[in-house]
Write a protein that binds this ligand. Structure first.
Ligand SMILES: Cc1ncc(COP(=O)(O)O)c(C=O)c1O
Ligand SMILES: Nc1c(O)cccc1C(=O)C[C@H](N)C(=O)O
Length: 397
């Protein structure tokens, strides 16, 4: 049984704040603070360039990738950390298209995060092969997968509503139809059990700064199915993905397997932060995380519905159809969220009217859920959302 009191103590959580935004930016793990400080003063400060060999810097993308692999049902040596999710998606999509043969359709859905669609729109145009991005409603994806589709490119958990795709079933249907699959796990990795190997997915990407708590702008990750890595000709090639980076050959020869998905020099300080943050998952069972996340989110929904009739649930009611977030719709959601934040509850807002709350059992407990509901009730009852200063606050996130 996972000891969530122990994991909570691993994080620095500011006094007086209930933090339900770890689905966007995880809080600071104490170990990350210490690790980055040590990496700066001891490894960088004293070892200087020797750090690349002596401090494990060169292998850190694979070391970190292996730690992430355990959380997403992937074998060791199939995940590498680095770059951003958008860039990793570009690598995965361009590779997937080249593996898919003459088919021209890349299938995605309108619940996808915009960056995924932007990457696809421009990468497909740049490839110049006449590929078409087909975007359907989330519930139409299964029925649209057929043998005309080249690539299925989906985000498993909808960033706005928390709606969860059935990865197992959709990947199986893709496989039956000869479709290459790519999953964006930005809102899945560390949020719920994922079984990439069991689903037989081809590619996956995801973020290091959300549920994995690596810090702002932490490196992302990319997964390639075992055996597939050696068949990829990376479009985004660089020396760190070369078979022998320090041979300084003038010709590109890809490294074996997942290593060829590396491009340039890894951001070691961010990577070290993510590496340390991932140790919080030692002794944590993803099944326990899922059970606890459902308990927390079910209680949150019950409290909100009992206290705030103005709010409409925008997430699936069935917890098995949701990720680890709950969204509610409210026409003045932006100002309401600003009022909640000013009163110690941090969630976020997604246009046009979604108030979004993430549940992260590693450091959020039932008391936090009740306090959050009390704060939202006060915002609604006292119409704090109608105050001019909350309405006027600058929209950044
Ligand atoms: C589903 C999804 N994919 C990708 C991203 C963007 O990733 P990045 O900014 O690291 O490229 C986000 C959030 O920003 C996201 O929610
Ligand atoms: N990556 C972010 C950023 O740099 C600033 C603010 C928010 C983000 C996010 O991650 C947004 C997030 N993907 C979302 O689900 O909306």
């Amino acid at each position: 049984m996972t000891d969530f009191a122990r994991t909570r103590a691993l994080f620095e959580l500011p006094e007086g704040i209930v933090y339900l935004d770890g689905n966007s930016l995880g809080p600071l793990p104490r170990a990350a603070r210490e690790r980055v400080a040590r990496e700066v003063s001891r490894e960088w400060g004293e070892k200087l360039i020797r750090g690349w060999n002596e401090a494990g810097w060169m292998d850190l993308p694979e070391t970190v990738g292996d730690k992430i692999a355990r959380l997403i049902g992937a074998a060791k040596g199939t995940v590498v950390a680095g770059d951003s999710t958008s860039i990793n998606l570009h690598k995965a999509l361009t590779a997937a298209v080249s593996l898919a043969g003459p088919r021209k359709v890349v299938l995605s859905d309108s619940g996808n995060f915009p960056t995924d669609l932007y990457v696809a729109q421009m990468a497909l145009r740049a490839l110049g092969g006449g590929h078409e991005l087909k975007v359907v409603a989330p519930e139409e994806v299964a029925g649209t997968i057929d043998d005309t589709v080249a690539v299925l490119m989906l985000t498993q958990v909808d960033y706005k509503t928390g709606r969860l795709h059935d990865m197992q079933a959709l990947t199986a249907k893709a496989r039956e139809n000869g479709v290459v699959s790519i999953w964006d796990l930005a809102h899945s990795a560390g949020a719920l059990p994922v079984d990439l190997a069991g689903a037989d997915a081809d590619f996956a990407v995801g973020c290091g700064y959300k549920y994995l708590n690596g810090g702002p702008g932490a490196p992302a990750f990319i997964y390639v199915r075992p055996g597939l890595g050696d068949r990829i000709d990376p479009v985004l090639a660089g020396w760190m993905g070369h078979e022998a980076p320090f041979a300084f050959d003038l010709d590109y020869r890809p490294a074996g397997g997942i290593q060829r998905m590396r491009v340039g020099t890894p951001p070691i300080l961010s990577m070290a932060s993510l590496d340390a943050a991932l140790d919080a998952w030692d002794g944590v069972s993803m099944d326990d995380v899922r059970d606890r996340s459902i308990e927390l989110s079910e209680r949150f929904i019950a409290e909100i519905e009992a206290r705030c009739p103005e709010l409409t649930l925008a997430s699936p009611r069935d917890p098995s159809a949701r990720g680890s977030q709950v969204s509610v719709a409210f026409r003045e959601g932006y100002a309401a969220m600003q009022a909640a934040i000013a009163n110690g509850l941090i969630g976020d807002f997604r246009a046009p009217d979604i108030m979004r709350f993430g549940f992260t059992p590693l450091y959020i407990g039932m008391d936090d859920v009740v306090r959050a509901a009390e704060t939202i009730e006060r915002v609604m009852r006292d119409k704090l959302w109608d105050r001019a200063d909350y309405r006027a606050r600058a929209k950044v996130t």
